[in-house]
Design a protein around this ligand. Structure first.
Ligand code: VGL
Ligand code: ZN
Length: 207
């Protein structure tokens, strides 16, 4: 597959300390994506990063719902929401990009999940699936048509971003070697099914 064409974007999802080893919501082997993504990014003319960016006391945190525990699901006005340990709190070390992630080639950093009452897995829409982050407008304004996705976690933020990219009419390619999953109660299988149905292309690696 030819990559790094003028209308291709590499979208790097949430490669932040809290999703890496020792972090508050560490994804198994999450750090392993960093050198891979650094090499891959050199082959793209357009790179954007996302950053999970929650205020303290965010409604996706189990600590905001007395009596609940992390990884439990609750009903929110916008639908079902998994509760998480406190993570990626704005400006804390856990919210920073992994120290080895090369960020200087990124043309855009899109932050998400900053509204206290709603979570945002997708880089394009918050979890009500309709409040836009503005990233679609960025892609359209820049004439970008195909999105390559890597980052953390495969079955949450990468998954929702990939499906929404397709929903918005962009081509989407997930590169497995650049992703790691949380895999909570079958979430990874569900994510693969959802992506296949949405027409997300899945490649194991890029030669
Ligand atoms: C994520 C759970 C909560 C992710 C973010 O980046 O996949 N997962 N917040
Ligand atoms: Zn989050």
């Amino acid at each position: 597959m030819r990559i790094g064409l003028d209308d291709d974007l590499l979208l790097v999802i949430d490669v932040q300390n809290d999703f890496c080893s020792g972090g508050a919501l560490a994804v198994a082997d999450g750090d392993a994506v960093v050198p891979f993504i650094n090499r891959l990014a050199e082959r793209f003319g357009h790179v954007a990063l996302t950053q999970d960016w929650h205020p303290a006391g965010h409604s996706s945190f189990a600590t905001s719902h007395p009596g609940s525990s992390p990884f439990q699901t609750i009903n929110m006005p916008y639908g079902q929401q998994t509760l998480w340990p406190d993570h990626c709190i704005q400006g804390t070390p856990g919210s920073a990009f992994h120290p080895q992630l090369q960020t200087q080639r990124a043309q855009l950093v899109a932050r998400k999940g900053f509204r206290p009452a709603i979570d945002s897995y997708s880089a394009f829409f918050e979890n009500d699936r309709r409040t836009p982050t503005g990233l679609a407008g960025y892609l359209r304004d820049r004439g970008l048509k195909r999105v390559f996705l890597v980052g953390l976690a495969t079955d949450f933020c990468v998954y929702y971003s990939a499906v929404d990219a397709r929903r918005l009419g962009f081509d989407a390619v997930l590169i497995e070697a650049g992703c790691r999953a949380i895999d909570l109660a079958g979430s990874l299988d569900a994510a693969w099914d959802g992506m296949a149905q949405a027409g997300v292309q899945r490649v194991s690696d890029i030669a």
